[in-house]
Design a protein around this ligand. Structure first.
Ligand code: PAF
Length: 284
């Protein structure tokens, strides 16, 4: 079947309503466009769980800070449509800012997942996760999917969305999809294109450092502060400005305790014009 492209909320609701009347199960992939291998994997993850796949492409101004790259965020709609067609998506919702937020371009109502907002990227990028939760809540209300998938690369975002869905009793199942990496280990991201070729080589160090930390923890090293400090030094020496590198509880995202068994190592670091995030999970 061909991809239908809709820019109005009304058209999306009408199409999804018709599919739901045929008892189709609706799957949803929310994106900001500039689709890459990581996004394509989201579609492969959701396909077995639904009959129709809806994708949104919306660079959401609410989740960008004043000094961030909203204006420069890569917009590649024609190429994205080709990719969606090749992966067999059924409906693309590509609204304007006005369609989503009216002429003010703002939303007076905001969704704040308070505890997670105060950690890591939430603390450093003020308002970011409020923008994410607000737009995802709104997209869920527009698309009314049965199931949606988000990438594990954005680990904190995934936690925010799961918490919001649970707290607000939104009737959607949330799936996650493992991080897709380039051969070097660098996690696929639209922001990798801000890296020069030399920086791209350096950027692969993030994943090596994460894997070494995981290996050390698996081998019994429980001195997380020391592991974090050594990893920070390695990144700084290679030219990164790390925002944080932390061993956390995989469920709560709070700093890991000696008896925490399910861990996630979260990192955010700037390199050149790019801010890169990554993570690995560890079970001990
Ligand atoms: O991960 C993203 O691309 C965005 O944060 C999302 C979930 C599409 C919300 O704008």
């Amino acid at each position: 079947m061909n991809l239908t492209v809709a820019s109005s909320i009304h058209a999306v609701r009408a199409q999804v309503k018709a599919w739901r009347e045929q008892s189709a199960r609706i799957g949803f992939v929310a994106t900001m466009g500039n689709l890459h291998a990581g996004h394509m994997d989201l579609f492969r993850t959701i396909a077995p769980h639904c009959d129709r796949v809806v994708c949104s492409i919306f660079a959401n101004p609410l989740q960008f800070g004043p000094a961030e790259d909203y204006a420069a965020y890569p917009r590649t709609l024609d190429a994205d449509i080709d990719k969606l067609q090749s992966i067999g998506a059924d409906l693309l919702f590509a609204p304007t800012v006005q369609e989503m937020y009216g002429s003010s371009g703002m939303s007076d109502t905001k969704v704040s997942v308070k505890r997670l907002n105060n950690l890591y990227c939430g603390k450093l990028r003020e308002g970011h996760f409020i923008g994410v939760a607000t737009v995802v809540c709104k997209l869920f209300n527009i698309v009314s999917p049965h199931v949606a998938v988000f990438g594990e690369k954005d680990y904190q975002q995934l936690a925010v969305i799961r918490q919001m869905v649970s707290d607000l009793s939104i009737p959607v199942d949330i799936l996650s999809s493992p991080t897709i990496r380039e051969k070097s280990g660098l996690a696929s991201s639209s922001r990798n294109q801000y890296l020069t070729p030399a920086e791209k080589t350096t950027a692969a160090l993030i994943y090596s450092v994460l894997c070494e930390m995981r290996k050390a923890i698996e081998a019994g090293d429980g001195n997380f502060n020391d592991l974090e400090a050594r990893a920070t030094t390695r990144l700084v020496c290679a030219g990164f400005s790390p925002d944080y590198i932390t061993v956390a509880d995989a469920m709560t995202l709070l700093p890991a305790q000696p008896d925490t068994r399910n861990l996630v190592i979260l990192v955010a670091a700037r390199l050149g014009k790019a801010r890169l995030i990554d993570n690995v999970t560890v079970t001990i």
